[in-house]
Design a protein around this ligand. Structure first.
Ligand code: PGA
Length: 255
């Protein structure tokens, strides 16, 4: 990344992995493994049921707590949902919204993603809004249009005054959990397209400050070249965040 005003963020998305005891063990190992000297911000997103215990372990540390999803209402007849008040109470600073697995398996539409982002922001939780194209869309030459449209839709309903808190994560679906990553050049091109679009819609100052993470098979071996791209401001890490040493190595690569 070239703009030093953007603090890199490396977020670990644990997905549906780890029991509460295993999560605490991983959090402890991570606190030991992380580089003490770093500029990158670090966040981890355990499953909902581990937020309290893992969050307790992170108290007083430099690692932020994140949730993997949230509902936008704070209370009401919404069986099974967890809202911003509940995760805020547990200390979540970030909420991942619109992950492609949510979009694919749980029907989260652009509209739902926008509402979730707004719900988080209303409670001072920074949404990490995930966008990304499928392989079919990329092969059809539509990747940029698709991703830019997702970003536009997600930001459309948000209060201008809250946009400075938003984080975008570009995660090409074909790269998630597959061992395939976008080349640093292709990722950079997409990040630049996102930033350009946000600049057109919301002004250059906001776009310049916007953190855009890359996600999709980020590993210690490819993190440095991805992070070296001027418009890549960190990573959203799945598989490699389940092991303290590999996650710490990615954080080191982010600076
Ligand atoms: P991966 O997952 O690093 O295992 O590809 C990334 C993500 O889904 O956020």
């Amino acid at each position: 990344m070239s703009d030093t005003t953007r603090k890199p963020l490396v977020a670990g998305n644990w997905k549906l992995h780890k029991t509460m005891a295993e999560g605490v063990e991983l959090a402890d190992a991570l606190l030991k493994a992380l580089p003490a000297e770093r500029t990158a911000e670090v966040a981890i997103a355990p499953v909902f049921t581990s937020l309290a215990t893992v969050g307790h372990r992170l108290q007083g540390s430099s690692v932020a707590l994140a949730c993997q999803d949230l509902y936008w209402e704070t209370q009401g007849a919404f069986t099974g949902e967890v809202g911003p008040l509940q995760v805020k109470e547990l200390g979540c600073r970030y909420a991942i919204v619109g992950h492609s697995e949510r979009r694919q398996y749980f029907g989260d539409t652009d509209d739902v993603v926008g509402k979730k982002a707004a719900g988080a922001l209303a409670h001072d939780i920074a949404p990490i809004i995930c966008v990304g194209e499928s392989l079919a869309v990329r092969e059809a030459g539509q990747a940029e249009a698709h991703v830019v449209a997702q970003v536009t839709a997600a930001l459309a309903g948000l209060e201008t005054s809250t946009l400075g808190q938003v984080v975008i994560a570009y995660e090409p679906i074909w790269a998630i959990g597959t061992g395939r990553t976008a080349s640093p050049e292709d990722a950079e091109q997409m990040h630049l397209a996102i930033r350009t679009r946000v600049g057109e819609a919301h002004g250059k100052a906001l776009a310049d400050g916007l953190r855009i993470l890359y996600g999709g098979s980020v590993k210690p071996g490819n993190a440095a070249e991805l992070m070296a791209q001027p418009d890549i401001d960190g990573a959203l890490v799945g598989g490699a965040s389940l092991e303290a040493a590999s996650f710490a190595a990615i954080v080191t690569a982010a600076g």
